[in-house]
Design a protein around this ligand. Structure first.
Ligand code: KIV
Length: 252
């Protein structure tokens, strides 16, 4: 699939999905791209970070998502340690495509790996700024001039290597603006301010499915954790006082 149609587009919307039900709802909402991110590790599998997510995990959830949508392009994250060299990157990216992804995303400055994938007709989305697979601390990147310059140059190099878009995670909005203005391919921000060509969030975060702390860049558009607790508590009460199941839910 060619992603040229994304060039110059503003207001791009990408969201994560890990299962068939959410994937279908995202498609019904007509978003531009679905990402099966390796945030899967924290959101679904209960890991502390993304570094333990495996190729088996990614392939399984990509298949669940891709098998449930018809028109929305599904991008799959290459998990940590799956693209340390060209051979692994090719083998693993092909596996994610076979599972149903249309493109892969990988973190960091890896122009040779990216070029090798693109040479095999595998579309690649880059990811710069905060890189959760290798970060020691989750914090804003590119605040110092030399780091900002490095991220800026890396973005230009990734575009040259052929990525069709770049996720910019947790960088100052002025840096994201500079990168976005310098590139032809779209930038998709998460904690990177308003000047990116598009935005991505972890769907569970915007739905308010995770009680407690959420990062500054997340806006909760619903409070589903509270809704779920309310529903489960009501079910428990009905079971305990005998009002569920009623005649309506019973067979004769
Ligand atoms: O894994 C993920 O969900 C991501 C997004 C947050 C960009 O990489």
């Amino acid at each position: 699939m060619k992603f040229d149609y994304l060039k110059g587009k503003k207001g791009l919307v990408m969201l994560t999905a890990y299962d068939c039900q959410i994937a279908k709802l995202l498609e019904e909402a007509n978003i531009d791209l679905i990402l099966v991110g390796d945030s899967l590790g924290m959101v679904v599998l209960g890991f502390k970070g993304t570094s333990s997510v495996t190729m088996d995990d990614m392939a399984r959830h990509i298949a669940a998502v891709a098998g449930s949508v018809e028109k929305t392009p599904v991008i799959g994250d290459l998990p940590a340690d799956s693209y340390s060299n060209v051979e692994d990157a090719l083998k693993n990216a092909k596996r994610l495509l076979k599972a149903g992804a249309i493109a892969v995303k990988l973190e960091g400055f890896k122009p040779e790996i990216i070029s090798a994938l693109i040479a095999e007709n595998i579309p690649v989305m880059g990811h710069l700024g905060l890189l959760p697979q290798t970060a020691e601390k989750y914090c804003v990147q590119g605040k110092e001039i030399k780091d900002a310059e490095r991220i800026f140059k890396d973005a230009l190099a990734l575009e040259k290597a052929g990525v069709f878009a770049i996720v910019l995670e947790c960088i100052p909005s002025e840096l994201a603006k500079r990168i976005t203005l310098a590139l032809k391919v779209p930038t998709i921000g998460i904690g990177a301010g308003v000047h990116c060509s598009g935005q991505v969030l972890v769907t569970n975060d915007l739905l308010g499915l995770k009680p407690g702390f959420s990062p500054k860049f997340v806006k909760k558009y619903a409070s589903l954790a509270d809704e779920i607790k309310k529903a489960v508590t009501a079910f428990k009460k009905d079971v305990q006082d005998g009002s569920f199941p009623s005649e309506e839910q019973s067979f004769h």
